[in-house]
Design a protein around this ligand. Structure first.
Ligand SMILES: [Zn+2]
Length: 164
């Protein structure tokens, strides 16, 4: 996650300060009182079952062979459920339904909180410009990765009785 360099209120360069034992970037202008708290951003993610298989997607900006779940940020005023179904529709052209919340996962490398749902979807896929390609993976052949949405994939497989 890129740190902001300047104060969003007054434009001064932020300085490091120790607040309650943590290093924070703050505005040197004491009246401004701006601190970058670096709170994690919530991100919704979808483990989509489509025609008996799980959809993994590769973002256009990711290296080849790197696939993950469909993810996205929430719009203002949107519930996580609405947001994840909107993302599924925008990225894959599919109308999904929520089966369950798989769980909440912290993703410290990205400073995000992942809210991961199991989604059922049917119909023809048409991928958005954000994605390079999608892959259909048989649940028995799905291998979780050890960070980010991979932790939800692992939990989902365990719940289905598939050894990981
Ligand atoms: Zn400032």
């Amino acid at each position: 996650m890129k740190e902001p360099k300047y104060c969003p209120h007054c434009g001064r360069e932020l300085v490091e300060r120790d607040i309650d034992g943590r290093r924070r970037l703050t505005c040197p202008e004491s009246e401004d009182n701006y601190t970058n708290w670096e709170n994690p951003l919530p991100v919704v993610a979808a483990l989509i079952e489509h025609e008996g298989r799980v959809i993994l997607a590769r973002n256009r900006e990711w290296p080849e062979k790197v696939f993950g779940l469909v993810t996205g940020f929430l719009e203002k005023g949107e519930s996580p459920e609405e947001g994840v179904l909107r993302e599924v529709h925008e990225e894959l052209g599919l109308h999904g339904t929520i089966r369950s919340l798989i769980g909440l996962y912290s993703y410290p490398q990205m400073n995000q909180l992942l809210i991961v749902y199991e989604i059922a979807a049917a119909g023809a896929i048409s991928i958005s410009d954000e994605l390079a390609e999608v892959r259909h993976v048989d649940p028995m052949r799905l291998r979780p990765w050890s960070f980010g949405t991979g932790l939800a994939v692992r939990d989902w497989l365990i719940r289905r009785g598939i050894a990981v």
